[in-house]
Ligand binder design. Structure first.
Ligand SMILES: CC(C)(COP(=O)(O)OP(=O)(O)OC[C@H]1O[C@@H](n2cnc3c(N)ncnc32)[C@H](O)[C@@H]1OP(=O)(O)O)[C@@H](O)C(=O)NCCC(=O)NCCS
Length: 194
């Protein structure tokens, strides 16, 4: 799997225990099979069940009560020959449904900023790119967030394309902008109204 990636750091190197913990305690994992072979999976953690330091809500400073209702899609992969057929979207939709059924308010995920396929898919579900950080042992990542109770309004009239480099992204977040759409040359970012 890793050898098929444009850059191996697109996928965090999650140990076996990470997957076992999600199945047993932290959330769930959705899988897609073709003729008995696992061809795609998507991991989902629940804020009330993952260890506190693994709760993505902490990355954006959510209050303690909201940490408990985080739903976090945390890893997805599709075997090479099955890509481009909508499986990531299917697994994301399934995980968002699971999170909704569990009463999750804040949906949070992370992505390598140059992973345009994954970013595009998450943005298409209304998630916004809200932060850049080095996570999982120093890997560059953007944090995506959706507040299902209602996201802050954005001023699309003032939206501009920002290159997906650590400096440019960090400066845009410091200006109060969020990423709303992929665009030629980067990410379309718009200031939030509040
Ligand atoms: C990223 C990944 C999960 C995407 O899975 P996928 O099942 O191929 O994605 P989907 O088919 O659901 O993607 C659908 C959208 O992405 C687009 N897309 C898919 N593959 C693409 C490609 N190679 N280049 C450009 N766009 C592509 C499709 O056109 C589609 O967009 P549309 O709905 O606007 O037409 C898959 O490529 C993968 O496993 N990559 C390695 C692991 C990884 O990067 N995981 C993500 C960690 S955040």
């Amino acid at each position: 799997m890793r050898s098929t990636l444009p850059d191996p750091s697109f996928l965090a190197d999650d140990p076996q225990e990470f997957f076992a913990a999600h199945i047993e305690d932290w959330g769930c994992i959705g899988g897609v099979e073709d003729d008995g072979e696992l061809i795609a999976f998507g991991v989902l953690g629940f804020g009330a069940q993952v260890p506190a330091d693994e709760n993505f809500g902490r990355l954006i400073g959510l209050s303690p009560d909201r940490l408990a209702t985080v739903g976090q899609p945390d890893g997805v992969a599709v075997l090479g020959q099955y890509r481009g057929k909508g499986l990531q979207k299917l697994l994301l939709r399934w995980r968002l449904d699971q999170a909704r059924a569990k009463g999750c308010r804040d949906i949070l995920s992370t992505c390598e900023p140059r992973n345009r396929v994954s970013l595009k898919n998450m943005l298409s579900f209304g998630m916004r790119v809200v932060k850049f950080d080095y996570l999982f042992g120093g890997l560059p990542r953007v944090v995506l967030h959706k507040d299902t109770a209602g996201d802050a309004a954005v001023d699309m009239a003032r939206a501009a394309v920002v290159p997906v480099t650590p400096d440019s992204l960090s400066q845009a977040f410091a200006r109060g902008e969020v990423g709303v759409e992929l665009a030629e040359g980067g990410l379309l970012m718009a200031p939030t109204a509040n």
